[in-house]
Design a protein around this ligand. Structure first.
Ligand code: ADP
Length: 210
C-alpha cells in the first residue's frame, strides 16, 4: 500500500478532501470514524465507558449521549484521562488492524487521524496538509456547520498551530478558494500520491516495490 497521512485544522476542509480522495479511489482509514463506530450501542467499548462513567451516559436504547460524557470529562481532568485510557488503545488497535488488512495491497490508503502534527507517525509514504486562514475556517464552520464562533475559535486554540502542521507537509492543499478549485487541487495531489513508494515490510527492499 501507499500510506498517506492527511491532516488539517478544524474547518480547513479535511473531511471534504477525504471524500474527494475516496471518490478518486483511495481507501480511507479515519480515526474519528473508528472512534464513533466503536461507541455504537452494543460495542464492548461502550460498556466499559458506562461502567466507568455511569449508565446515565447512555440513553434508553443504549446509545451514548455524547454531550453528557463531554460535560463530565471536560470538567474533570482525571475523568478525561480515564476516558482516553479506555478509548485510545481500542481505537489504536482497530486502526492498526485496518492498516494491516491493507498492507500488502496496491491501494492508496489515506490515514486521517487527529493530532498527526502533534504526534508525527513513522512509516508514511507522504503527508498532505489542508490549510486555510483561521478566519475562513471560522466563517465556514459558522455558516455551514452551525457552530458558534467562540466555540470554533476555542477548538482552534486547542489544536496545533498552522505552522506546526505545515512543517510536516509534503503537499499543502490551500483551501481558501472555491470548491471547484479544491477539486482541482485534490486531483493534482492524487496524481502525486500515486507516484509515492509503497510501504513494505522492514526486511523487504522498498525500492523494488515502487
Ligand atoms: P474539516 O473536516 O476540516 O473540519 P470540512 O471538510 O467539514 O472541514 O469543511 C468545513 C465546512 O466548509 C463544510 O461545511 C464544507 O462543506 C465547507 N467547505 C470546505 N471547503 C470549502 C470551500 N472551498 N468553499 C466553501 N465551503 C467549503
Amino acid at each position: 500500500m501507499i500510506l498517506v497521512g492527511l491532516t488539517g485544522g478544524i474547518g480547513s476542509g479535511k473531511s471534504t478532501v477525504s471524500t474527494l480522495l475516496a471518490d478518486a479511489g483511495a481507501v480511507i482509514i479515519d480515526g474519528d470514524a473508528i472512534t464513533r463506530e466503536l461507541q455504537q450501542p452494543g460495542e464492548p467499548l461502550l460498556q466499559v465507558i458506562a461502567e466507568r462513567f455511569g449508565d446515565d451516559v447512555l440513553d434508553e436504547s443504549g446509545a451514548l449521549i455524547r454531550q453528557r460524557l463531554a460535560d463530565i470529562v471536560f470538567n474533570d481532568v482525571d475523568a478525561l484521562k480515564d476516558l482516553n485510557k479506555i478509548v485510545h488503545p481500542a481505537v489504536g488497535k482497530e486502526l492498526e488492524r485496518r492498516l494491516e488488512e491493507q498492507r500488502s495491497t496496491r491501494n492508496v490508503v489515506i490515514l486521517d487521524i487527529p493530532l498527526l502534527a502533534e504526534n508525527p507517525r513513522k512509516g508514511l509514504s507522504g503527508t498532505i496538509v489542508v490549510d486555510v486562514p483561521e478566519d475562513i475556517a471560522v466563517s465556514r464552520l459558522v455558516a455551514q456547520r452551525g457552530m458558534r464562533e467562540d466555540d470554533a475559535r476555542a477548538r482552534m486554540a486547542n489544536q496545533a498551530s498552522r505552522e506546526k502542521r505545515l512543517a510536516i507537509a509534503d503537499q499543502v492543499i490551500d483551501n481558501s478558494g472555491s470548491l471547484e478549485e479544491l477539486q482541482r487541487r485534490v486531483s493534482v495531489v492524487w496524481q502525486w500520491a500515486l507516484t509515492l513508494p509503497h510501504v513494505v515490510d522492514d526486511e523487504a527492499d522498498s525500492r523494488s516495490d515502487v
